[in-house]
Every structure is written in structure tokens, then in C-alpha cells.
Design a protein. Structure first.
Length: 733
């Protein structure tokens, strides 16, 4: 760590959203360019900095800032320049001159401790004095908050949010109870608050810490495992281990939090489950609204439905099975229906038939959770399908949609595909946006992995036999020689896939060593498969999916190998480093976190906000000077990422199977080299295989594939939607 002290000579660039700035500092060695996140600093102010010198390829030697201390100006000219800089409302250069002439070197002390004395300055009355004093205190408090928080790794953008909430009381309130940040400030989690608290000397057994830690254990279970609740004893174990606290004290505080409704406890089959209020309310709302939809009668006569299905069969030269006819009839007769089935069972054809049966008099909307799934649905059905977020017109804040209960969707029927991906919050937002009497049809594959977000929506709905639902089990896809479809069903039934047949689309390449398997995967993607598939753009047509993130054949390692192979470092391509991640022009990338405020623009000039977890695109440009990265996504949306936003991007040459949900690729390559048994499950393999449209290639050891086929151990996901459906249904009878 190096030290730098000097006077601000000018601001060359500043991003007001995150505080990233490029400034010029006058030192004994001359002018030094300093870059980093910092509060607004005016020309003439004196600063002390810690950081490191770096050599920028275009701009030469720069000082990269780690920490900053702003010194109060000491000379009369420096004080006058500071006050007259425009930073303080009501004070310009002439007023600054009068204030300094009145108080001299005591000026800043007077303004900070005796601001009422400003009336002694010519032309400053009581009203103006008050405005100047408030602005001065606000400016001082803002800087104080930033400098106080920077030592705990809090970003300038987050420090600004904290100051906006607490104003000049920020440091006092945080020192008193840092854990209040978790509830008061969106973006502050337990780990940040705990780091601040322990650094301030707050005891590990503080009740503030223990209460916050209990809630964090539930939040972590929601984020990492998709749970909407936890059994009381399991939560007790997790919280006690996290906080290194006695179980008796944790149990006492859990009861206290439940009594005060900061947590909720529900007994289901003799087990007491603990929930966060937001998750519990979401599941209760979903259950209540689904049951209300079921109570809505639909005006279609059986004779009309039967005749319409027959007409559709004739027009498309197909013949539905009894179960398929039942699915269409159920959807037409009820206000709510679930249709579930694996690949090749005719779900897309049934959606088209349902649209035909409901007729042109019904306004039907189509939607899916991801852009790729919506695009596939649109192509298959011949009419526009949108993402659920676009359909509900996300409004800039997480969970906030412009289409809601007060401004509902204008349609007679909504059909949603790939519903296995929908978490409980998105499902609730969708249901809230439906008018009474709107028909809702959910279509999906119950055997795929559950949603990334919290909840077990599709599986829980299917436990309720009284809800209108149809399960499709027969394979009807016309390309019956496709072994992808056949093997997907074999895997789902615990049978080994049939592979390596002549003319097949499902292959296994034996590689006993993980390193050799990784090398083989690179060669498959670079040359062998593009020739086999007769495609030029292999990055768009071939997708590597891995069951694990770590290891030689994990997502991270394969991404590095594939990036080196497909898009190596070159003087002709700019790149940028964010942590350990190197991003380069031409890279295939994925957005990995819902960002409701990130702006985008299409090539046609349309614009909007919102980029979502799972969106895949390519880096088209990296602007080294401004540290901006431009990404063009599959749906033709162009997004400009500032440096601070790059934490939301990752390479996408290789994806985890979970991240691939809702997507479909011409060819899929998957390593079979081992890993944690809890990850190498049958439904993970099934989900990965069903992402492929034309070709599947598995690379690795046969015993690993056999283990995955036989491993039907699904990770238990705790949720209470099924409980609420049964409970609320019985109360309606």
C-alpha cells in the first residue's frame, strides 16, 4: 500500500451513481491522476490517500485509490475557495469572501458549532443563515458517513443510500446498532452489518447480532437452497453454528421474534416451520389466488370443445390421445389449469390447440419466465410471447411492476410456459395482475430442476389433486427416431440412456481422466461438432453445461479454457479485469442477477429497463477509458455496463445446468467426471439433456453417468404452498 497527499486540482470524470471518479491531485512530484470510488471533492481541497500506482496502457501512470481522508482547509485562501466552490447551497465566491473576512481561520469551526453567528456576516439574514448552515452540515455529514463506512468495505453508492436514510445521525445510529442497516437499507446484508459491528467492538452475544443472525439464516436458506421456510430444529442448528451461540439463547430469541411477528411459525404434520414474513405472505397469497381462479366458471360447452379439437386435428393431420384431449378440454372448462409433461409429449401442440379452441373472440396472452423460453414459445405458436417481467412491466425496483392489482392485465386468457422456473415471488406478482375471470393455464415439466428463486411452486400445485391438472406421459413428437427425447424419458425412469448408435443424436465419449475430458470438450466445441452439425458459429449453436461450478470440469475452469480457445487475448480486442474475471470483446456472457434498473436499447431505438438472471449475450465493445462494457443480448437488447455493474456478468461458454433452465440449444455437451453426490442427481441430468434440440454429447466416465441415473435423491426444498392450498381449500368447503 502506497501513500499520496496533495491538493485537488480538478475532476476529469465522475459517475454520480457509484462515485467512481478520475481526479487530478497536485503533489510535490507534480500532477498525479487518481482513480477510484470517492465522495464529491472540490478543487483546492487537501487529501490523504492510500492505494497503489498502476500503469494504464493508454493513460500511463495512475494512482488507484483504496482509502481516502479529506483534510479541512487550513489557510484563509483555501477556506474561501472551499466555501465558494458551490458545494454549499447559498454560498458563492463573494459570500465566501465575506464569511472568511468575518471569522478568519475560525470560519469552519463557527459554521460547524455556532452556525447562528453567520448573521454577523453582511447580507446574511436568519433565513439565509439557516439554509447555509443546513447545507454545510449536510455536506460534512455525507463525507463523514462515507469516510466512516469505507473502512468496512461499503461502496460509495451504498454509503450514499445509508446517508440518505440516516442523514447526520448515520455514524451514531450505526455505532449503536449496525444490524439495523439490514432492515433499513436495501442492499445491506447480515455479513456486511456483522463485519461493521464486530470491528466496532460489539459483542458476539449481543441480542442485536443474534436476532439479525437468525433472520439471516432463513434468508440464506432462501437464497442458496430455495427454501421458503425451515423446520425449527434445523434453523436452530444453522443459527447456532453461524453465530457461535448457545441453542437455548437462540431458541429464546426465535420465540421472541415469532411473538413480535418478525418471524412466523406454522405447524405442519407435527413439525414446526419458521418463515420470514415476506415469504409466508407470498405463499399464502399464491394459494388464495389460485383457489379463487378455480372458482371461476368458463362459458364453453363440451360439444363446442370436442368439435374444435377435431377440426384442429384435421387441419394439422394429427390425432390426439385421450390424455391430450383431456388436457385441452380441462383448460377450456376451468379458470385455472396445469399441464405438465416431459419432452415430446406434445405440450406445444396442445397450447396451439387451446388457442384454437378458445377462438378469435378471446384475447390470449403468452408468456414465459426467460427471454429464450418466450422466443421459443412465440416461434412455436405463431404469435408474440413475452417474458413475465416484460408482460408485467417491471417498474425499476425489485418486485415492483406497473401491471398489478390496481392496473391488471387486459386479457381473457394467459398461457405461461416453463413454469417450473417460476419462484413464489414472481408467481404472486403474476397472479396479482390477473383480473377476476381471467383464465390461467400453466404449462411445464415437473421433473426439471426447481426454480432458482425461493419456492417449489409447480411441484406444490401438483400435490393438490382437486386443482385442474393433466399429466402427459406418452411421447408423441413426430421425430420418433430422436434419442434425445427417448433417453430423457429413460433417464427420468431410472434407466440408462441408449448411446452411440449409428445416425444417433446422443453420444458418450469415454474419458477416464478429468483433464483429458476437459481437453476433449474444448476440441468438440472448436472443431469436431461444428463439422458434424455443419454450423459456422459454434459459440451460438453449442452449449457446454456442467453439473458443478468447481473442479477441472466445473463451470469456472471450463469457461477459462473455452475463452482461451474461442477468444484468446489479442491486441485487436480490448479486455477488462473485474476481480479474477477477465472479460474480452467477443466473449459470450450471461447476466447472473436480476437488475430492474439497468437500462437497455434495441437496434431499432426502443429502450427500457431491466436485465435478468439467465440472459445470454456477447460483448460487443469495451471502452477502456470509461471502463464501460457493451453487451448485445439474444433479444437484441444492447446494455452498457459500468465497471461497478460487472459483478452481474459472468462468462457463458459453460453454464451450470441450473442456469440453463428455460433455454434450448442445438447441441449440448456435458462432462461426466464426478463431484458431490448431492449435485449429481437424476433430475439434474434430465434437465441438462432436455436443453438439447439436435445433439447431446456426454464426456467422461460411464460409472458417473450410471450414478446420476440411479441417484434419485432430490434435495429437499422446504415450502408451505402445498400446506396453504390444502388448508385454504378445506376452509372454503
Amino acid at each position: 500500500m502506497e501513500y499520496l497527499a496533495g491538493t485537488i486540482a480538478g475532476t476529469l470524470f465522475r459517475n454520480e451513481d457509484n462515485g467512481y471518479s478520475v481526479i487530478s491531485v497536485r503533489t510535490g512530484e507534480g500532477l498525479i491522476t487518481v482513480t477510484g470510488n470517492m465522495p464529491e471533492i472540490m478543487d483546492g481541497e487537501m487529501v490523504e490517500m492510500e492505494g497503489a500506482y498502476v500503469d494504464h496502457p493508454q493513460y500511463g501512470r495512475q494512482f488507484k485509490l483504496s482509502s481516502l481522508r479529506i483534510k479541512q482547509p487550513e489557510t484563509l485562501s483555501a477556506i474561501e475557495k472551499y466555501l465558494g466552490s458551490g458545494l454549499i447551497k447559498g454560498v458563492g465566491p463573494s459570500t465566501a469572501r465575506l464569511i472568511v473576512a468575518t471569522f478568519g481561520k475560525e470560519t469552519l469551526e463557527v459554521m460547524g458549532t455556532q452556525p447562528e453567528r453567520l448573521v454577523e456576516v453582511p447580507k446574511i439574514g436568519k433565513v439565509r443563515m439557516k439554509r447555509i448552515a443546513e447545507s454545510f452540515m449536510e455536506q460534512q455529514a455525507s463525507r463523514s458517513t462515507y469516510i466512516f463506512l469505507q473502512q468496512y468495505g461499503v461502496s460509495p453508492a451504498l454509503a450514499a443510500k445509508i446517508h440518505k436514510a440516516y442523514r447526520e445521525q448515520a455514524e451514531v445510529l450505526i455505532r449503536d446498532n449496525p444490524y439495523r442497516l439490514i432492515d433499513d437499507i436495501n442492499g445491506v446484508g447480515f455479513l456486511t452489518a456483522d463485519r461493521i459491528a464486530l470491528s466496532l467492538g460489539i459483542s458476539e452475544d449481543s441480542v442485536f447480532r443474534l436476532r439479525a443472525g437468525i433472520k439471516y439464516a432463513l434468508q440464506e436458506a432462501s437464497g442458496a437452497g430455495g427454501h421458503t421456510c425451515l423446520p425449527e430444529e434445523e434453523l436452530l442448528e444453522k443459527a447456532a453454528a453461524l453465530l457461535n451461540a448457545p441453542k437455548a439463547e437462540i431458541r429464546r430469541l426465535m420465540d421472541e421474534l415469532t411473538l413480535n411477528k418478525h418471524l412466523f411459525a406454522d405447524v405442519v404434520e407435527d413439525t414446526r416451520f419458521i418463515s420470514l414474513p415476506s415469504l409466508r405472505k407470498a405463499e399464502v397469497d399464491v394459494a388464495s389466488r389460485l383457489l379463487a381462479l378455480c372458482g371461476t366458471s368458463q362459458q364453453f360447452f363440451p360439444q363446442h370443445i370436442k368439435a374444435s379439437i377435431t377440426n384442429f386435428e384435421r387441419a394439422h393431420s394429427i390425432r390426439f390421445s385421450k390424455t391430450q384431449r383431456q388436457a385441452v378440454s380441462t383448460a377450456a372448462e376451468h379458470g385455472f389449469t396445469v399441464i405438465t409433461g416431459g419432452p415430446g409429449t406434445g405440450k406445444t401442440t396442445l397450447i396451439n390447440c387451446i388457442i384454437h379452441v378458445l377462438g378469435t373472440s378471446s384475447k390470449i396472452l403468452l408468456a414465459a419466465p426467460t427471454g429464450r423460453a418466450a422466443k421459443r414459445m412465440s416461434e412455436a405458436c405463431g404469435q408474440d410471447a413475452s417474458t413475465i417481467h416484460r408482460l408485467l412491466q417491471y417498474g425499476g425496483e425489485e418486485g415492483s411492476f406497473q401491471i398489478n392489482q390496481d392496473n391488471p392485465l387486459d386479457c381473457d386468457c394467459l398461457i405461461v410456459d416453463e413454469v417450473s422456473m417460476m419462484d413464489v415471488f414472481l408467481t404472486r406478482s403474476l397472479l396479482v395482475a390477473l383480473q377476476p375471470g381471467t383464465r390461467l393455464i400453466l404449462v411445464g415439466d415437473a421433473d426439471q430442476l426447481p426454480s432458482v428463486g425461493p419456492g417449489n411452486v409447480l411441484a406444490d400445485i401438483l400435490t393438490m389433486d382437486s386443482l385442474p391438472q393433466v399429466r402427459l406421459t406418452e411421447i408423441f413428437r413426430q421425430d420418433e427416431d430422436s434419442m434425445i427425447v427417448v433417453n430423457a424419458h429413460r433417464i427420468n425412469q431410472g434407466q440408462s440412456p441408449v448411446m452411440n448408435s449409428r445416425g444417433s443424436d446422443f453420444f458418450f465419449e469415454n474419458q477416464q481422466d478429468a483433464t483429458q475430458a476437459a481437453d476433449s470438450i474444448v476440441q468438440l466445441c472448436m472443431s469436431r461438432l461444428p463439422q458434424y452439425l455443419m454450423v459456422e458459429d459454434s459459440m451460438r449453436h453449442i452449449q457446454v453445461l456442467s453439473p458443478t461450478r468447481k473442479g477441472v470440469c466445473g463451470v469456472q475452469a471450463l469457461n477459462r479454457l473455452l475463452q482461451t480457445a474461442f477468444n484468446p487475448a489479442s491486441p485487436r480486442r480490448n479486455d477488462i479485469q473485474y476481480g479474477e474475471l477477465i472479460l474480452r470483446e467477443g466473449d459470450k456472457v450471461m447476466h447472473i442477477k436480476n437488475n430492474y434498473q439497468l437500462e437497455w436499447e434495441t437496434i431499432n431505438g426502443a429502450n427500457g429497463q431491466g436485465v435478468f438472471n439467465g440472459d445470454i449475450g456477447f460483448i460487443t465493445k469495451i471502452e477502456e477509458e470509461d471502463r464501460m462494457v457493451s453487451v448485445l443480448y439474444d433479444d437484441e437488447k444492447n446494455v452498457m455496463y459500468q465497471y461497478a455493474d460487472l459483478e452481474e456478468l459472468d462468462l457463458a461458454y459453460c453454464l451450470s445446468v441450473h442456469k440453463s433452465q428455460g433455454s434450448e440449444f442445438p447441441a449440448v455437451v456435458m462432462p461426466m467426471v464426478g463431484g458431490p453426490k448431492m449435485l449429481l442427481t437424476r433430475n439434474l441430468l434430465y434437465t441438462g439433456v432436455t436443453r438439447a434440440r439436435r445433439l447431446v454429447v456426454l464426456v467422461g466416465r460411464q460409472e458417473v453417468l450410471n450414478m446420476m441415473v440411479n441417484n434419485n435423491l432430490e434435495r429437499r426444498r422446504y415450502s408451505l404452498l402445498s400446506h396453504w392450498l390444502h388448508l385454504l381449500s378445506s376452509s372454503r368447503v
